[in-house]
Design a protein around this ligand. Structure first.
Ligand code: DGI
Ligand code: FE
Ligand code: FE
Length: 187
């Protein structure tokens, strides 16, 4: 699908600020894909669609999880965790996207997971460092992403988990598995 058609699909589903974030993720993901030899078109599609479900009703998302055999571990969680898997579901069933790597990049863009593909890492990192994002420590993450994808992913998941622990928020199991995958070399 062409960029314009995808942008038309997501635009009515989110406020302007989220649309600007999405454009930033798209540009960052394309640039990382070029740097690290990944398919730029796949990066573009996954990035444009990654947050398309961000503003959907939580109970409606849970109904999709229950009725379509998605991971039942999602059910107790809110839209922060649900919106990635639901975006992948809609991309597959409403837009006809069949490429599993694109769907997984959307599905795991919030939590990460163990054994991420290069495309999954690119979308995860681009979501955290796109130009419109602002938080302490982001400059170091941006710099790391210039040099080494694996190190950037390690720094990003470490930053996310640190943030969640400091904020005393519960951590989704896949986020912990992702952290252990990048930080637990000795395992
Ligand atoms: O959708 P975005 O705002 O672009 O970013 P995102 O999809 O990476 O994260 C959405 C929110 O989810 C963000 O506020 C951080 C939060 N989050 C990420 N992982 C976890 C989490 N929240 C909890 N409670 N547990 C997690 O493991
Ligand atoms: Fe998101
Ligand atoms: Fe996002």
């Amino acid at each position: 699908m062409e960029r314009e058609a995808l942008l038309e699909y997501i635009r009515p589903r989110m406020p302007e600020k989220r649309y600007i974030h999405t454009i930033g993720v798209m540009e960052t993901a394309i640039s990382l894909a070029k740097k690290y030899g990944e398919d730029t078109k796949k990066a573009e599609i996954a990035a444009i669609l990654h947050d398309l479900a961000k503003y959907e009703d939580e109970d409606a998302m849970r109904a999709i999880v229950r009725e379509n055999g998605l991971d039942v571990r999602l059910l107790p969680w809110g839209s922060e965790i649900l919106h990635g898997p639901i975006a992948a579901y809609r991309a597959e069933h409403e837009l006809g996207i069949k490429d599993q790597d694109i769907l997984n990049a959307m599905r795991y863009h919030t939590t990460g997971r163990a054994g991420m593909s290069r495309l999954e890492q690119i979308v995860y990192i681009a979501d955290m460092i796109e130009p419109d994002r602002k938080y302490p420590g982001i400059e170091l993450l941006r710099q790391t992403a210039e040099g080494d994808l694996q190190q950037a992913m390690r720094a990003c998941i470490h930053h996310s988990i640190s943030f969640l622990v400091t904020a005393e928020l519960p951590i989704y199991p896949l986020s912990i598995e992702c952290y252990n995958d990048y930080l637990g070399e000795e395992l």
